[in-house]
Design a protein around this ligand. Structure first.
Ligand SMILES: [Mg+2]
Length: 217
């Protein structure tokens, strides 16, 4: 599918963008914990073991029933679920420290636009900076989220100089001449010709942003 970007938000300052799910909030882990409780855990795996074994909750073979799919569909658009997500420890502290090195200009998330209110509440409750939130338009399917986000980054390249994001698949959709820096959170290595930096934790994101943007603002 070729994702069309119809309207772009205006970003006035130059700086860095942030992903939300699994970068700031412990989204995947929270979903898995809920699904284990509701739909069983036949392999008797911990949340972390499931995260390692399966890339996405929709890939877990025993969570494929109609009931599970209906539950997922309801919860993906639930503002309550977004509001109650656990925080990735200290992500808020490092984000605020990073804002002293380089301006933070937007959150760019593949969450659907319908959960923007729950997202705003969660960010505010956890002391994250108040920035524009760019959400996936409801007309773009969840499966095309990485492609959509890459298009947004490409289109905003003049102002958005990079992003902190956990999703390596994003790199597959960015053009080869993309100049922004992808700080790949929660990764030990990265295989790409783009300017992508693996960051095993938030301390590393902070150090890498510091060396990339020293003297920027
Ligand atoms: Mg993410």
């Amino acid at each position: 599918m070729d994702v069309e970007i119809n309207s772009l938000p205006e970003i006035k300052k130059e700086g860095l963008a942030l992903d939300i799910d699994d970068t700031l909030s412990w989204t995947f882990g929270h979903w898995i914990g809920q699904m284990q409780k509701l739909f069983g855990n036949p392999e008797n795996l911990s949340v972390e073991e499931i995260m390692l074994k399966y890339n996405r909750a929709q890939d877990v073979p025993y969570w494929q029933s109609k009931e599970v799919k209906a539950w997922r569909k309801t919860n993906i658009i639930s503002n309550d679920l977004q509001t109650n997500l656990p925080l990735i420890k200290n992500s808020n502290i490092f984000v605020n420290k990073i804002s002293n090195i380089v301006p933070l200009v937007a959150y760019i998330t593949t969450r659907p636009e319908s959960v923007i209110e729950g997202t705003k509440t969660w960010l505010r409750t956890n002391d994250f900076p108040n920035l524009p939130i760019i959400c996936r338009p409801d007309g773009i399917p969840h499966e095309n989220g990485s492609e959509w986000k890459a298009k947004i980054l490409e289109n905003l390249e003049q102002s958005v100089k990079g992003i902190v994001d956990d999703n390596p698949n994003l790199l597959n959709f960015l053009p080869s001449d993309y100049k922004g820096i992808i700080f790949l959170y929660n990764r030990h290595s990265v295989n790409s010709d783009l300017n992508a930096i693996p960051c095993k934790d938030w301390e590393t994101v902070y150090e890498e942003v510091k060396s990339a943007f020293n003297g920027f603002s």
